[in-house]
Design a protein around this ligand. Structure first.
Ligand SMILES: [Zn+2]
Length: 424
């Protein structure tokens, strides 16, 4: 706070910022002299539980706590999204659009634009339904953490797994072809989208333990109201296909739906500005806009079926203007539908409402359990593109306290300061 030096070369976040706004301000202190600077953020999902616990201890009013939690979730989504341009993500948060090719072609591309690892879109709807059904089955019995669910999905054959109720749940081994990392990402996404939630409790050693339970939208998954959930996964599919950095594999229908989403966001920005709203998300969530861009409602009734659209916000956001956009794109999609057999709904993809995790050029390093945070920070400065990967075995996941096992992963994120509007 109060730093007014023009030649700050590094801004290093040792832990999560509590909000995207806060992060934007703090990162913006780098490179005010116009020269290159680096912003590095060390991210671990476990930090979210710690910050949530701290917020709970402040004993805020319910609405205040909800705002803090929303802000935190947005920040976690930003960190977990490792496919979309960081600058575009930040500006999208503030209802501005940014052409990510400018970042890709600049001398200081963000980590996501810098990564050449292709990614593909995976429809996870069926898997999510199985996960939700499984969590529902154990909700009245034993409690498990996200890591333990990830181990079960992977099909761990450790003694502890085989003797626990997890191994007899429908989800057991359903993700055995996935990497453990992607399974954890998927579970994180379910929490961030309120399909699962985490119940924080304090362990014997004053550590925060998060047990998984159903979230407020779990019933929508079970009832089939949420479909077409897509997760971006790095690497090529078994048939060699991947859509790569610039969506080369997108169908025309997917492109149109993405364009529709961008138009809906622009409209939201305009309406929010007219209402003097600082955060356009409070007008209508990005998640709802995504659902609109996928379902392309052509009537008010269809629009009202979108999660997050209510009679009151329909009036406030001037819903007809959004309906005009979706109707226009519905007509365009109808005309190309014969060419594209399956248009996927990126429930999980894109920036604000949905994240993605993983890292290009991952450098795996086994660190001793006692490795201090300082060591990891130093690593990131010397080798900023490296990721200190989470290497825990299935046995360790059970033996460690949940927060310890999460804390063993701390992933540096390399990104230049947000200077998207720089002109020279
Ligand atoms: Zn970028």
């Amino acid at each position: 706070m109060g730093i007014d030096k023009p030649d700050v070369r590094f801004v290093i976040h040792h832990s999560l910022a509590k909000s995207v706004e806060g992060y934007y301000q703090e990162a913006g202190r780098a490179g005010r002299d116009g020269l290159s600077a680096r912003c590095i953020l060390f991210y671990s999902y476990a930090d979210m539980a710690r910050i949530r616990r701290m917020t709970q201890m402040e004993k805020l009013r319910r609405e205040q706590e909800r705002v803090h939690l929303d802000n935190l979730y947005r920040m976690v989504q930003y960190c977990e999204n490792d496919t979309d341009c960081r600058r575009a993500q930040l500006l999208q948060y503030f209802a501005e659009t940014f052409d990510s090719s400018l970042c890709q072609n600049s001398s200081t591309p963000c980590d996501n634009c810098q990564s050449l690892t292709p990614y593909r879109k995976v429809d996870v709807t069926d898997l999510v339904r199985i996960i939700v059904q499984s969590v529902q089955q154990v909700s009245r019995g034993d409690q498990y953490t996200l890591i333990q669910y990830a181990c079960a999905l992977k099909g761990s054959v450790s003694n502890k797994m085989l003797t626990s109720a997890l191994s007899s749940l429908p989800l057991y081994r359903k993700g055995e072809k996935w990497s453990k990392h992607d399974l954890e990402r998927l579970l994180h996404m379910l929490v961030l989208n309120d399909i699962l939630s985490e119940n924080l409790t304090i362990g014997m050693h004053d550590n925060v333990i998060s047990y998984v339970k159903l979230g407020s939208k779990a019933s929508n998954v079970l009832g089939g109201k949420i479909t077409g959930m897509i997760l971006n996964i790095k690497g090529k599919s078994s048939n060699g296909g991947s859509n790569g950095r610039v969506d080369k594999g997108q169908t025309r229908e997917e492109q149109l739906k993405n364009e529709c989403y961008a138009d809906l966001q622009r409209q939201r920005g305009v309406t929010a500005a007219g209402l003097m709203l600082k955060n356009p998300e409070t007008l209508i969530s990005s998640l709802a806009l995504q659902e609109m861009s996928q379902n392309l409602p052509t009537s008010k009734d269809e629009m009202m079926a979108v999660n997050g659209v209510t009679e009151s916000n329909w009036r406030r956001m001037k819903g007809e203007q959004f309906l005009t956009i979706t109707t226009e794109f519905a007509a365009k999609v109808a005309s190309v539908q014969s060419e594209s057999s399956k248009g996927k709904s990126p429930y999980f993809e894109s920036t604000n409402p949905t994240p993605t995790v993983g890292k290009g050029k991952r450098k795996r390093e086994t660190l001793p359990a006692s490795s201090s945070k300082k060591v990891k920070v130093k690593l990131s400065v010397l080798m900023p593109a490296a990721t200190v990967a989470n290497i825990i075995t299935d046995e360790e996941a059970f033996d460690q306290s949940p927060s310890d096992s999460f804390l063993s992963a701390r992933k540096p994120r390399l990104m230049p300061p947000p200077q998207p509007k720089r002109t020279h």
